[in-house]
Design a binder for this molecule. Structure first.
Ligand code: ATP
Ligand code: MG
Length: 276
């Protein structure tokens, strides 16, 4: 992949994040449209380390249909690390929620299956995503759903090192990330992704973040208290029993009790539309 910034024409901004900006770009030679994530050089080495982690993980996951496809990377003379990816033309689940409203159960069932396919692939390779949330799940015109944004992901070792590190988006962090002694009985790092998946599906169904009342402004301290000390949120009565149970299996406070990604792929909520 011998590419450089000059090979691309910037068309528009797709999103801003912590360390950088994602552009829609056109490859001048082939006219192919890509997404280019530019992680701006920062004297703080964290930004660069995150960008390199993302490259490292994306390049190992190019054969998974539910991980955004990596097409190469390069570093600008300024030190910016640039990551070239497939362009997901329907945007993120966060924008879908804002523009077209809440998701039906049958839509969420296929979304859940796609995300779990991706997580099963990643977890089997010892990769924990650690930042599953609506804005990090992308969709394209073919209705393919893919996991993106591996900036805080991690290759998990055999230790508890990653358990209590404050990475990811705090609102979607699981109880054991705050209080590993109480909730981290069987901690492996992968179950935190399952918790975040449960909250994500919940939010897409009801239209607001589960631990907050509709419209309430997030206050970090009370949110953390709610995650650790209140019962996990449960779906409203309008949801089917399969869907409610599926979310319960994701939102067990004790990390060891949560279902794994591979187990959840066999849950009746995902098999429902095939039977009927
Ligand atoms: P944050 O810190 O907010 O999590 P980030 O800097 O890590 O963001 P990403 O999450 O990778 O960056 O991308 C930010 C936004 O850009 C996404 O939410 C999405 O809307 C858009 N985006 C990212 N990658 C693509 C892509 N391949 N195709 C289309 N849009 C994309
Ligand atoms: Mg993001």
């Amino acid at each position: 992949d011998n590419i450089s910034a000059g090979d691309f024409e910037k068309l528009s901004v797709l999103g801003h994040g912590n360390g950088g900006t994602v552009y829609k770009v056109r490859h001048k030679l082939t006219s192919i449209i890509y997404a280019l994530k530019i992680n701006h050089y920062d004297s703080d080495p964290t930004t660069r380390r995150r960008a390199l982690t993302e490259v490292n993980i994306l390049r190992r996951a190019t054969d998974c249909t539910n991980v955004v496809k990596y097409h190469g990377s390069f570093e600008k003379p300024t030190g910016d690390v640039c990551i070239l990816m497939e362009y997901m033309d329907s945007g993120s689940l966060e924008t879908a929620l804002k523009t077209t409203g809440t998701f039906s159960e049958s839509k969420l069932s296929t979304v859940a299956r796609d995300i779990l396919n991706g997580l099963t692939y990643l977890h089997a390779r010892n990769i924990a995503h650690r930042d599953i949330k609506p804005s990090n799940i992308l969709v394209n015109i073919k209705n393919e759903v893919k996991i993106a944004d591996f900036g805080v992901s991690k290759f998990m070792g055999r230790t508890l090192e990653a358990c209590n590190s404050y990475v990811g988006t705090c609102a979607y962090m699981s109880p054991e990330r705050f209080d590993p002694e109480v909730y981290g009985g069987n901690y492996n790092g992968f179950s935190a992704d399952i918790w975040s998946l449960g909250l994500t599906l919940f939010e897409l169904y009801v239209g607001y973040f589960p631990f907050l009342q509709s419209g309430q402004r997030p206050d970090w301290a009370s949110l953390m208290c709610a995650i650790c000390f209140s019962d996990p949120p449960s779906l409203p009565e309008t949801a089917s029993s399969e869907f409610r149970n599926f979310v319960e299996c994701c939102l067990k406070k004790e990390s060891g009790e949560r279902w794994s990604a591979a187990q959840l792929l066999t849950h009746p909520f995902l098999c429902k539309d095939m039977e009927s």
